[in-house]
Design a binder for this molecule. Structure first.
Ligand SMILES: [Mg+2]
Length: 200
């Protein structure tokens, strides 16, 4: 595995990365709003006719809140964040989830808080959602770390695509051993705490 001691910032995806995977049921969300099985839920939502949009948004938000209420910190997530903070690494969160659901899920953590992150970008704040690189670039500016000194960590292809497009290193934490990404990640993790050995 590569070792890059110059990495000075980490942009974490939230759901399925800092929380245990499986809380958000994406297939069920797609079915509820008539989004194709491989479609981007947020893009589908925004392209719906105005008459259907409010209802679909309400459904998605309700499903996100239910998932947030039963979110559980991922194995090693709190320890990794505490250790990175101790080492002076800048941290950010970039999520396609809503701010309300994120705030709710963060309450399920006991050893980390919003204050551990230079910036938290949900879809309510990010300019364009992943897989666009905008949020990664925005996080880099807030952290004061150039994109090529950042690693983007996530459990889905969009995380890796966004990081790659921004010029950052990427670490993929697959929810299942068979999971793949459209663009190859810099590293593939089996556990979150491997980050500490690979990049720092
Ligand atoms: Mg995720």
């Amino acid at each position: 595995m590569p070792y890059d001691p110059t990495i000075a910032g980490v942009v974490f995806d939230f759901d399925g990365t800092l929380t245990q995977p499986g809380a958000l049921d994406f297939p069920a969300m797609r079915k509820e709003i008539g989004c194709p099985h491989d479609g981007d839920i947020l893009v589908h939502l925004r392209n719906l006719p105005a008459s259907q949009q409010a209802r679909a948004e309400t459904i998605i938000q309700a499903m996100e809140m239910t998932a947030a209420e039963r979110s559980v910190p991922n194995e090693g997530a709190e320890t990794v964040i505490r250790e990175l903070r101790k080492r002076g690494v800048k941290l950010a969160i970039l999520t396609r989830n809503s701010r309300a659901a994120f705030d709710c899920a963060l309450k399920r953590f006991s050893r980390i808080s919003a204050a551990d992150f230079a910036i938290i970008l949900t879809r309510d704040e990010a300019r364009r959602d992943k897989p666009h690189p905008d949020g990664v670039v925005q996080a880099a500016v807030e952290m004061g770390v150039p994109c090529d000194k950042i690693v983007v960590v996530g459990d889905f292809s969009y995380d890796i695509e966004a990081g790659h497009a921004a010029g950052a290193a990427t670490a993929f934490l697959p929810p299942l051993p068979s999971a793949t990404t459209r663009i190859a990640p810099t590293v593939r993790l089996t556990r979150l705490n491997q980050l500490l050995d690979v990049f720092f």
